[in-house]
Design a protein around this ligand. Structure first.
Ligand code: SF4
Length: 353
């Protein structure tokens, strides 16, 4: 029998998508002691077990009951590709319906960041992004988001920082992303602090409003494209329905009420957003929002008809920004050789299974 198909039909709840409090309630409602939830969490999140039969400190009777009501779904298959420079490792995960998503481990000097996907593909269609080119295939469930991190830990990649900058627009899958963050952040889950979790958005007004109302405070990164709206629209069509001016007001409100780090992500594209007036507007925006600027040179790809800027121009833009006393970093092209660099995820969606 095809085990994958069998699991898809089952109404069993996936432990990876339940907070400890939810799992405790579910377990109690089945007549088992609530502390079993903590034992299950320990086996799953600290010892990476995916079968209840492999949890020996739980009685056989309760293990059978757990197996009758819950699953711990792992990916159908995983492919890991390391970059030649050793700074990045890309995972391609196959979901239960054979759709594929990607995550990337980025190795810094003293810590590792995991860049994870929030959707399979993306509908936002930023012109500089391969995922946008592929389009949206489907939303991810909380368990599928959590599973990406679980896999990295199991693969001996100690992850201390998380960025939702992989495939998808996280604020268009808000409920699943923030349920996953609750599990990731919990002490019994991965215990990754909220200050080490960054959600990157293209500026979805509806999602930003939900973020303002939500109790979890995470760091925010806002993808700008071009700070001049009439030019932004050509790079980020979302400007039509989610104007940058409104987005800025909501982000400023989030800053005021949540006091978290804000980064403006700026993908540089020759002739589209590298003129002095473009950079001036970017600087003005960063000053207004008290934000750091992260410059990313476009990662060229045959499917993307845009060009990166030269290294000299990149350095000159960085100097201009620094001269205005605005913090700025340049994101290097880690993992470009394995299509793991920013804006390059989504190759697996373009490749037939
Ligand atoms: S940059 Fe982000 S929001 Fe834009 S198309 Fe790519 S994945 Fe979607």
């Amino acid at each position: 029998m095809d085990q994958g198909k069998n699991e898809m039909k089952t109404p069993k709840k996936d432990v990876l998508g339940l907070s400890l409090a939810e799992l405790t309630e579910e377990i109690k409602s089945l007549g088992m002691p609530g502390f079993i939830a903590k034992q299950v969490y320990e086996w799953v999140f600290k010892k990476y077990r995916s079968e209840f039969a492999d949890m020996p400190n739980i009685s056989k009777m309760n293990r059978d009951k757990l197996a009758a009501h819950f699953v711990i779904n792992r990916f159908l298959s995983t492919q890991a590709i390391s970059s030649g420079d050793g700074y990045a490792k890309k995972y391609i995960f196959e979901l239960s319906d054979h759709a594929k998503i990607e995550s990337v481990v980025l190795r810094e000097k003293t810590y590792n960041t995991l860049c994870i996907s929030s959707q399979c593909g993306c509908a936002v269609d930023c012109k500089f992004c391969l995922t946008g080119f592929a389009g949206l295939k489907r939303q991810l469930a909380p368990s599928e988001i959590v599973n990406q991190i679980l896999y990295a830990f199991q693969d001996n990649e100690p992850i201390s920082h998380l960025v939702f900058m992989g495939m998808g627009e996280p604020l268009l899958n808000f409920e699943a992303v923030f349920k996953a963050i609750e599990i990731i952040n919990s002490e019994e889950g991965f215990n990754i602090g909220k200050r080490k979790i960054t959600v990157s958005t293209s500026g979805i007004l509806r999602g930003l409003q939900k973020l303002l109302d939500h109790e979890i405070c995470i760091n925010l990164a806002l993808s700008i494209g071009n700070a001049i709206p009439s030019k932004r629209i050509g790079l980020m069509p979302i400007e039509k329905t989610n104007p940058l001016t409104d987005v800025i007001n909501m982000v400023a409100e989030y800053q005021k009420t949540h006091n978290r780090k804000l980064t403006l992500e700026y993908t540089l594209i020759e002739g589209r957003n590298d003129a002095p007036e473009d950079i001036k507007e970017l600087i003005n925006l960063a000053k207004y929002l008290k934000a750091k600027i992260n410059l990313i040179n476009l990662n060229p790809h045959p499917k993307i008809p845009l060009k990166p800027i030269s290294n000299e121009k990149m350095d000159a833009i960085k100097s201009t920004i620094l001269a205005e006393r605005v913090p700025v970093t340049i994101r290097f092209r880690k993992g470009q050789d394995i299509s793991a660099a920013c804006g390059q995820l989504g190759e697996s969606l373009l490749t037939p299974c």
